[in-house]
Design a protein. Structure first.
Length: 234
């Protein structure tokens, strides 16, 4: 008996991956909609979406034209971390946390370069940086959840843009880290089809992330709210 072919499923996974990544246009449309200036504290979220789209397009072009895009994936990990870290920095009230976050940012950049150039190299996924990224972003999400619980502001969580961002970030990065950690081993074993099948999970989580970001950006106050980050910090 011949094994059941999964070629169609792999083809679907490749298309689903592209579609899920291009849904970044949803939060981008909200962030750049005419007649409204985004509050400065939320600007990193806008640039996070821009960076994701630009790097996805460049990565796909490099993959098809040069048959190599690993360096761009490394850069994506770094930019995602810095932009989201900047966003959380704007809303975490504790001076101590903000001080340690600045130091952590410098240390993370140094480690990311060391991982790309010396540890993992530029020919495979920077798995150690991805793991550190996930730990860091989950910690920032939890710190914001704690701050929200302690805050005197009485806002429904579903009406709080940063709460929605935190939930989306936590779900996406916690859910995808295992895939990226296994990717190098699967490539070494030449199980490329298995990678695409696994990445259906990543594609679903990408849709969820961009859904949360779109909703959050719809709730973000305009730039007329000059003290928005201070208000969130109380």
């Amino acid at each position: 008996m011949q094994p059941i072919s999964t070629d169609w499923l792999v083809s679907f996974s490749k298309i689903f991956y592209v579609v899920s990544e291009l849904t970044v246009f949803l939060p981008l449309v909200v962030a750049f909609r005419p007649g409204r200036n985004l509050a400065p504290a939320f600007v990193p979220l806008r640039w996070f979406c821009v960076a994701r789209l630009v790097l996805f397009v460049l990565s796909e072009l490099a993959k098809r034209l040069l048959h190599y895009n690993i360096a761009l994936l490394h850069l994506g990990t770094l930019l995602d971390s810095l932009l989201l870290g900047w966003l959380f920095y704007n809303f975490l009230a504790s001076a101590t946390i903000r001080y340690w976050l600045r130091l952590a940012g410098v240390a993370f950049v140094a480690f990311a370069f060391a991982d790309s150039l010396l540890i993992s190299g530029l020919w495979q996924r920077n798995a150690y940086t991805v793991a550190l990224q996930t730990i860091g972003l989950l910690c920032l999400s939890l710190l914001y959840f704690e701050q929200m619980l302690r805050s005197v502001r009485h806002v429904e969580p579903k009406q709080d843009p940063m709460f929605l961002v935190s939930v989306g970030v936590a779900l996406y990065y916690a859910g995808t880290v295992g895939l990226y950690l296994l990717e190098n081993m699967l490539i070494a074993a030449k199980l490329l089809d298995d990678i695409w099948l696994m990445f259906n999970v990543s594609s679903v989580l990408t849709l969820i992330l961009y859904g949360f970001l779109s909703k959050a950006l719809l709730l973000v106050p305009s730039s007329d709210s000059t003290s928005v980050s201070e208000a969130y910090s109380r």
